[in-house]
Design a protein. Structure first.
Length: 284
């Protein structure tokens, strides 16, 4: 078995966690490959690009946190290899274990005692008024929001060509079940189980309080459009990472991506455990 490793060099304790992970894998005679930033963190020359790392690895381990995992999805590109998040610190929504559990992680790889959770990805296409197109992929969400102005903006959302609503708000979020625990949740959206075949459309600070989130099936196409030329440009972001300017007349089409993320899960760690921990749920 070969494990490809991606690490966030900006995360405090990343070098120590990387050394511990590589040591645990080496003791079990599990081979390792390093992505470029992980190689640089170790002081090792070279390193691999994300797609090459995915192709050459049996499992990919991502050291950092949920943000590092979102960036790793973009780096790796489409892959069916299991991806394990190893959080430096407390357990995250997207991580399989913490950096204190690398021995457990290595043992699980050796024994095959792990599962994978199939996570839906979004495929977004920005069709500009000038005829150009740009494609993006998201694990959590895509967002169309106001730009530099502090005012509310007007935008419309369509589902399979039918008008859903015209919003006056700070923006609009289209999230996957995985992303329901992120920006959408903070904007008042519902929690959705990762296994649900759904998207959630959530307005950000809407002018009318009755404009709430809507859960739709993930077989639909959602289209977002700015409404007023004098309120443009707006900003379109993908997993809080890519950010492009959207002008009046541009359209954003969002649908389910053709591939999924296979998120590795260890025994004893689940989505529901993460929800209880991160949201501080307690029984009565």
């Amino acid at each position: 078995m070969t494990v490809g490793i991606i690490a966030n060099p900006q995360k405090e304790g990343a070098r120590i966690a990387l050394d511990r992970l590589m040591g645990a894998l080496s003791l079990r005679r599990i081979g390792t490959l390093l992505e470029r930033e992980a190689a640089a963190l170790c002081g090792v020359p070279g390193g691999m690009d994300g797609p090459d790392l995915a192709a050459a690895s049996d499992v990919i381990a991502v050291l950092g946190g949920d943000g590092t995992m979102l960036n790793a999805v973009a780096k790796l590109g489409p892959t069916d290899k299991p991806v394990a998040g190893i959080n430096i610190g407390t357990l995250g929504f997207l991580t399989s274990c913490t950096d204190d559990e690398v021995e457990v992680f290595a043992d699980a790889l050796l024994s095959g005692e792990y599962t994978t959770s199939r996570r839906t990805l979004l495929a977004a296409k920005v069709r500009s008024v000038d005829g150009s197109e740009k494609d993006f992929r998201a694990l959590n969400e895509v967002v169309l929001a106001r730009g530099q102005t502090g005012r509310l903006v007007s935008l419309s959302a369509f589902v399979d060509g039918d008008l859903l609503n015209s919003y006056r708000a700070d923006g609009l979020i289209v999230a996957t079940p995985t992303g329901s625990t992120a920006y959408s949740l903070s904007a008042g959206g519902p929690l959705i189980s990762p296994a649900a075949a759904a998207f959630v459309i959530t307005p950000i600070c809407p002018h009318t309080l009755s404009q709430c989130s809507l859960v739709v099936g993930d077989h639909v196409t959602v289209e977002l459009r700015p409404q007023n030329a004098d309120e443009a440009p707006m900003l379109f972001t993908v997993d809080g990472r890519d950010c492009i300017t959207i002008h009046h007349g541009d359209r954003i089409e969002v649908r389910k991506a053709a591939h999924v993320l296979n998120l590795l899960r260890l025994s004893g760690h689940s989505f529901y455990e993460a929800v209880r921990q991160k949201l501080n749920w307690r029984g009565g």
